[in-house]
Ligand binder design. Sequence first.
Ligand code: RIB
Ligand code: CA
Length: 315
Amino acid sequence: MTVFIIDCDPGHDDAVAILFGARHCQLIGITTVYGNSTVANTTRNALSICELAGLDIPVAMGLAEPLSATRISGEMVHGKTGMDGAELPPPRSKPIPQPGVDFLIEQADRHRGELVIVAVAPLSNVATALEREPGMKSWLKAISIMGGSTHIGNVTPSAEFNTFTDPEAAEIVFESGVPIHMVGLNVTTKVGIGRGDIKRLRGEGGKLAREIANALHFYLERQISIYGRTIAPMHDVCAWIPYTHTNLIDYQATRVSVETRGRYTRGMTVCDLRGLVTRETGSMAAAEPANAEVAIDVRGEAIIELVLDTLLEYP
Ligand code: RIB
Ligand code: CA
């Protein structure tokens, strides 16, 4: 049996990932972290989304700051609340009293060999849990990360938001030895919601789908005005695909190294996709053993169809 916890910073695409995971997998918990907004906002948004969707899943509030970096915010993309565009009523429920990091440790211990963490935010919670309880490195079944990229960044030319926001945490996670799937911007930017999809959610959906449509309308307009895109990338839902629809993303086993010092490259995930077949490298850098299955291609439209169908199932 495999059980899942999503570590997230809702965040428009995180909200869709929560709703998708809850429908397709055994989602036993949600941990929140700063990122797209403050951890107070991301926690409130997670609670509101669960209430709107009728999901009875514990939400544990995580860290408010990176391990050592200066916190940056995703509010330029996600708005002041982290979920601008959605009229989410203040949640009636509260997060569980247990801090998010302790919740991750306890659940990994309780579900040894069965827990997958779907990490779709800065990796501060996951890294802190691994450091605080090294036993997690053998307890966890895997970590599926939305983060990094094989080439382009979004916050900088070379770094993606989740790894740029806390590079030290990302390095800890990628060096942990836990089996990792990494889905980076190189594929998630090909998985997007367009105006027609939003119209379909509004026309065919129930209350939840209509509310998500309002949120995604805001998110799409920001993607258009900032990046000149025509679609709103559903980055985070891609981290579920290795466990729900394995044929929709292609991976390559490779070494991922997180840059923590580069003036222009801090937070970059350096993916060794050279495919070296020899250890004789002379003056070249030797290929390090692979530490992740890195996404290199995706059937984006098929994933979006699944996302829309899933959102339309909710009342
Ligand atoms: O770069 C995309 C990632 O940053 C996604 O997880 C999005 O939610 C933001 O957190
Ligand atoms: Ca996220």
